[in-house]
Design a binder for this molecule. Structure first.
Ligand code: HEM
Length: 445
């Protein structure tokens, strides 16, 4: 093998393309990545046009390169470095934003909360949140799906999976919303936002510290929820913050800020493409579902079109558009050397739009997964919606249950119609965001 040192430096020698802030907001980045990958090769330089990490970035736009970065040679690609500009250090470090060997340790600790009996135990709580939030939507009549879905997904993970009370979840939610959705780089100075965000972040961590203290004092459900596992596995260490607090913070963020993007888009897309809704409703009706008698997660898993709809929403509108990394060492990849510390984007959206991997890639077509050749498209590293390998999303199964339950329950209850015909792009450099409000009217069927 050629030593990394002998290869051309990717920042200087890889094909260079440019996107500006408006391209990113309008969702053009994955298309630029995909077309360049097919034409020029899968390693390219596209600089980040705005934000705390504005500047040079190397993009990896191929399933094999994603596998390399996320699995085979993951020690050389730092998640801590990748997430640092996006999450800051204020929330602390847990699973998502730590490197090996700590990452493997954290994963082992928390994985029981997302599997088998613990997952089953949390589902009634998650579904109760979904139904309660849909009741609120029915009363509202018209709403912006994106913030409404943030509230739903936060409550689902906090109360359902995390075992928090509604009051605890509300206090945490009020604080975290400011940090996660408060920065509009087009309208607000970064300094002004940071000052506001710092206050809100501290408030969020204080709420979590209070919850952890109560669990340690024996208050709470104590039935193997995320909060219970974290608190049991991380005894107090005498430091100023209980070590369970950052862990809960990261899990709550990872567990709702992604799902809200995908589920709100799924409902909005049904509003603008009513034929898809008709097919889904027919499939649900054939399986015996009604608004009063929605299907269980197991029954929803037996509906092929709903499954393909979910795959296609994830392909075209991935909540994590690029998985953030930095080069942990000088690393050779795709015939280039990427110098230690260089920013790296594992291009989820770009891989999903490559014309040599996906027929007619910019067309929304759930039926592409119907034949055996199409089923290959959903394989790990070709489909990167939930990442892959050692970093595969821990909450993927919970997220799939949420997706199917929210889409089916909302569709059975409401006629969903956007209030205007202006398209809403799927923008964002790292994390997907709608380019404008997704306001819909909901009329009870
Ligand atoms: C539609 C919903 C979701 C999507 C699209 C999604 C996507 C992803 C992606 C792409 C990653 C990899 C990030 C990286 O390697 O840097 C990830 C990691 C992770 N996700 Fe999710 N996620 C979703 C929902 C959830 C939920 C509901 C939870 C649970 C509370 C969750 C917990 C996590 C955790 C803990 C990690 C870190 C795993 C690790 O590094 O080992 N996610 N997710």
């Amino acid at each position: 093998m050629t030593a990394a040192i002998d290869l051309p430096d990717a920042l200087a020698a890889a094909p260079r393309l440019s996107v500006d802030a408006e391209d990113v907001v309008a969702g053009r980045l994955p298309i630029v990545q995909a077309e360049a990958a097919v034409r020029l090769g899968p390693v390219m330089r596209i600089d980040i046009p705005f934000g705390p990490d504005a500047g040079p970035c190397i993009h990896l736009v191929a399933p094999e390169l994603a596998e390399d970065a996320l699995l085979t040679r993951r020690e050389s690609f730092s998640s801590e470095g990748g997430w640092a500009p996006l999450l800051g250090s204020g929330f602390g470090y847990a699973v998502l934003n730590v490197d090996e060997p700590l990452h493997a340790e954290h994963r082992r600790m928390i994985v029981p909360a997302f599997a088998g009996p613990a997952l089953q135990r949390c589902l009634p709580g998650v579904l109760a949140v979904v139904d309660a939030e849909l009741d609120r939507w029915a009363d509202a009549g018209t709403l912006d799906l994106f913030p409404a879905m943030r509230r739903l997904t936060f409550r689902a993970v906090a109360c359902g999976a995390g075992g928090m009370s509604a009051d605890e979840a509300d206090r945490a939610f009020a604080a975290v919303s400011v940090v996660l959705d408060g920065y509009d780089f087009m309208r607000e100075g970064r300094e002004a936002f940071l000052a506001r965000a710092n206050v809100a972040r501290s408030a969020f961590l204080d709420v979590l510290a209070d919850i952890v203290a109560r669990r340690r004092a024996g208050e709470g459900r104590g039935d193997g929820t995320m909060a219970d596992l974290v608190v049991a596995a991380l005894p107090p260490d005498g430091g100023p913050r209980d070590p369970a607090v950052p862990f809960l913070a990261i899990l709550l963020i990872a567990g709702h800020d992604t799902g809200m993007v995908m589920y709100s888009r799924a409902l909005h897309h049904l509003g603008t493409h009513s034929a898809l809704g008709v097919r889904l409703l027919r499939e649900l009706a054939d399986a015996g579902a009604t608004a009063d008698r929605p299907l269980s997660p197991e029954a929803l898993d037996r509906l092929p079109f709903l499954d393909r709809y979910m795959l296609e929403i994830g392909r075209v509108f991935p909540p994590i558009v690029n998985i953030p990394r930095t080069a942990g060492d000088d690393v050779d990849i795709g015939g280039f050397r990427v110098g230690r510390g260089t920013r790296i984007a594992v291009a989820v959206g770009g891989v999903h739009r490559r014309a040599d991997l996906h027929r007619d890639p910019h067309r929304f077509d759930p039926d592409r997964y119907a034949d055996p050749a199409g089923a290959r498209l959903a394989r790990p590293f070709r489909n990167l919606t939930f990442s892959g390998g050692a970093r595969h999303c821990l909450g993927a199964r919970l997220a799939q249950i949420e997706f199917k339950s929210i889409v089916s329950r909302a569709l059975l209850r409401f006629r969903i119609e956007p209030i205007d015909a202006v398209p809403v792009a799927h923008g964002g450099f790292w994390v997907g965001r709608p380019s404008r409000p997704m306001v819909v009217s909901l009329r009870t069927r």
